[in-house]
Design a protein around this ligand. Structure first.
Ligand code: ADE
Length: 425
């Protein structure tokens, strides 16, 4: 393996923000019980000794704690942002100053700087990459093929990334194994279902200060994220409409008590719109023109492609910014459509993303996935793998323990019953 350039470098907004960032990181750590347990084991066992890790994740207080855990396990870590708007600049400063981890991320960075930061992370010559959206893997496979020989494996945090990676596997271009952390049961339940619901409504609230009660909230996409969002919006008194392209998901939405209809109809009824589909151009010209005056439109899907903001721009005669994270587009008719956070992930841009106790599960999976890749890479193929079930179960058990919850154990008779096929009616 070739030697890595020593990365003493970083590119952040302001190192003087570090002490403010550290306080928030410490606050988050207190709610990350499972990750803390993993960190103390890593400190003793050093399972990642000699391993270089490049992570491309949202630079938040929770990510800071993951980075520190990996470093405690012996890894040589660098971090860059997985989204130009989600970086907490004070957190980035603290990761550099207090943990000594090279970090490349500035909130509001443009596309060019975003890719420069990815490049800096890959110049670290990682053995393991950690992605939230598959951008590092995509860079490696498209521009740095030689470097892929040194990659033992990668892990992926989010649904959109896993979809991209599965497509790479199918097209046989994937050159190393990937662990789909997103698909772990413990990650999916906490992050996609509980986390996205709460943090998205939080982002919209912080940006707009609206009252949800009595509003019609239109949710595009009824996967785990859409489902979690719908139940929480309803809990706050909103009337929920769901739009879908998948018949099963649509059926689930209807049976869960939502109203289901196409966006062409929903666009006329909604006060607040939230896309969580993972697809492009979900809300577009023909929808914007039919919306109510003052409609609030946001996205919580990974990429900023779900709202056709470019079209809206062309349709508008005036754009103003009535509040932080709100752009008011005045159409030629005089009607105003409000876009939040430029159509980027509203939960991370206008709020702080998922709470620490949610990211505890996601990042426990990430830390254990890095350990798993280090130990098992020789027996893995160039495929997308699920997190092994025993790791998932261990994380669930640790979380329950941290919450002080005990559960029943199977009796020998019950074990025998479950294992047999001869006992019938
Ligand atoms: N994705 C969603 N919320 C997050 C958070 N708080 N930190 C890192 N990644 C996230």
């Amino acid at each position: 393996m070739s030697k890595a350039k020593k990365s003493t470098n970083y590119d952040i907004k302001n190192i003087r923000l570090a002490s403010q960032g550290k306080k928030k990181i410490d606050w988050a750590e207190k709610q990350m019980d499972v990750l803390r347990l993993i960190k103390s084991r890593f400190e003793k066992e050093k399972p990642l000794e000699g391993i270089r890790i490049s992570a491309c994740l949202h630079v938040t207080t929770e990510t800071a704690n993951l980075m520190n855990t990996l470093k405690s396990g012996g890894a040589d870590v660098v971090l860059c942002a997985s989204n130009p708007l989600s970086t907490q600049d004070d957190t980035a400063a603290s990761i550099v100053k207090n943990f000594g981890i090279p970090t490349y991320s500035i909130c509001g960075e443009d596309r060019k700087v975003y890719y420069q930061h990815l490049k800096a992370a890959l110049d670290h010559k990682p053995h393991i990459t950690m992605d939230d959206g598959a951008d590092l893997v995509s860079e490696l496979l498209s521009k740095r093929k030689k470097q892929t020989k040194e990659i033992l494996g990668s892990s992926e945090e989010t649904t959109t990334g896993v979809i991209r990676l599965r497509s790479m596997e199918k097209k046989k271009v994937l050159r190393f194994p990937v662990i789909a952390v997103n698909d772990a049961k413990t990650k999916h339940l906490f992050d996609n279902y509980y986390g996205t619901g709460q943090s998205t409504l939080d982002g919209i609230l912080r940006a707009t200060n609206i009252l949800y009660a009595g509003k019609t909230v239109v949710i595009a996409g009824y996967g785990s994220c859409g489902r979690g969002l719908a139940i929480r919006a309803k809990g706050m008194g909103a009337h929920v409409i769901v739009t879908e392209v998948d018949p099963l998901c649509a059926l689930k939405a209807q049976m869960d008590g939502n109203q289901v209809m196409p966006m062409s109809h929903a666009c006329r009824l909604g006060d607040v719109f939230i896309t969580v589909t993972g697809n492009t151009s979900v809300i577009r010209k023909e929808h914007f023109v039919n919306m109510k005056d003052g409609a609030i439109v946001s996205n919580s899907g990974h990429f900023d492609v779900e709202l056709d903001v470019e079209q809206l721009n062309k349709m508008s005669k005036e754009i103003s910014e009535p509040r932080d994270f709100v752009q008011a587009f005045m159409l030629k008719s005089g009607k105003v459509i409000n876009i939040l956070a430029e159509g980027r992930l509203v939960n991370l841009a206008a709020a702080e993303g998922h709470p620490a106790s949610v990211m505890d599960m996601s990042f426990a999976n990430q830390a254990l996935a890095a350990e798993y890749i280090t130990k098992n890479h020789e027996s893995l193929e160039n495929k997308v793998y699920a997190v092994p079930e025993d790791i998932d179960a261990e994380i669930a058990a640790l979380k329950l323990k941290s919450m002080g919850i005990n559960i029943d154990q199977l009796t020998p008779k019950q074990k025998k019953y479950l294992a047999s096929w001869t006992i019938g009616t």
